[in-house]
Ligand binder design. Structure first.
Ligand code: F6R
Length: 242
């Protein structure tokens, strides 16, 4: 794994966005895997800024999001569909039909997982996957104990993940307890991966990723099996690891 140690969140966002832009610009057909949460927000702001100033086109790009909450529709502000529309898609020239997010409202969730996985495979898989990391070492919503062979599946979120994400839900809104997520094997099939990490809260997870045993109890350690992972992380996130 290549480690790019940066000073802070802003530098992390700029470095990752510059790389994403360069790969998109050098390709005529591109599949970009996307994450939500707090960490990639700065990257999306940089991509929008670049779109506005350099006119980088997304007309040839397909996006595949890692995950979505069960029971939330794109009209729910807290859904990852809404997050992506709000923080990126509506500000760039990507055709809506080229953006893919699992459907958390599907009547049959198991069928939706198979559909999403097949859809991704039929389109040739992900070229570049952007990842964050959970405080418990999750990637996507693959919680500790998830099989490294997993494909897109339904997960029950752990108390740690529910607590970390509670800040996004107003008191009036019930926080979903389940989500759909690409599996670890799905993520590992991406041709290239960039994992972002910023801040003290990610110190333990980054230390386990870089120095701990490879184990399904720390899902991110599966990334060691992949030949093209770049970690872009700031000093605080890397403090225990390096
Ligand atoms: C979200 C996702 C999660 C987050 C992780 C970190 O699509 O896949 O794995 O990347 O929970 O979240 P933040 O960035 O909010 O700390």
């Amino acid at each position: 794994m290549k480690i790019v140690a940066v000073a802070d969140y802003e530098e992390m966002s700029k470095v990752a966005a510059a790389y994403i832009v360069s790969t998109i610009r050098s390709s005529s057909s591109f599949s970009l895997g996307l994450a939500t949460g707090g960490t990639p927000l700065g990257v999306y702001q940089q991509l929008i800024k670049n779109y506005q100033t350099q006119q980088t086109s997304y007309a040839h790009v397909q996006t595949f999001n890692l995950d979505e909450y069960v029971g939330l529709s794109p009209q729910d502000d807290e859904s990852y569909h809404a997050y992506m529309n709000h923080h990126l898609f509506q500000a760039i020239n990507i055709p809506p039909e080229q953006t893919h997010v699992p459907n958390g409202m599907a009547v049959n969730l198991e069928e939706e997982c198979v559909r999403y996985e097949n859809h991704l495979q039929e389109r040739g898989g992900v070229d570049l996957q952007l990842l964050g990391i959970g405080q418990n070492g999750h990637i996507g919503f693959n919680e500790p104990g998830t099989s490294f062979a997993s494909r897109t599946h339904v997960v029950k979120l752990t108390p740690s993940t529910l607590a970390a994400n509670a800040r996004y839900f107003p008191p009036s809104k019930k926080q979903p307890t389940h989500a759909l997520t690409m599996g670890i094997a799905t993520i590992l099939q991406s041709k290239e991966i960039i994992l972002l990490a910023s801040g003290e809260k990610k110190q333990q997870a980054m230390n386990q990723l870089l120095n701990g045993h490879m184990s399904e109890s720390v899902p991110a350690t599966a990334l060691r099996m992949h030949g093209a992972v770049t970690i872009v992380a700031d000093r605080k996130a890397l403090q225990l690891a390096l």
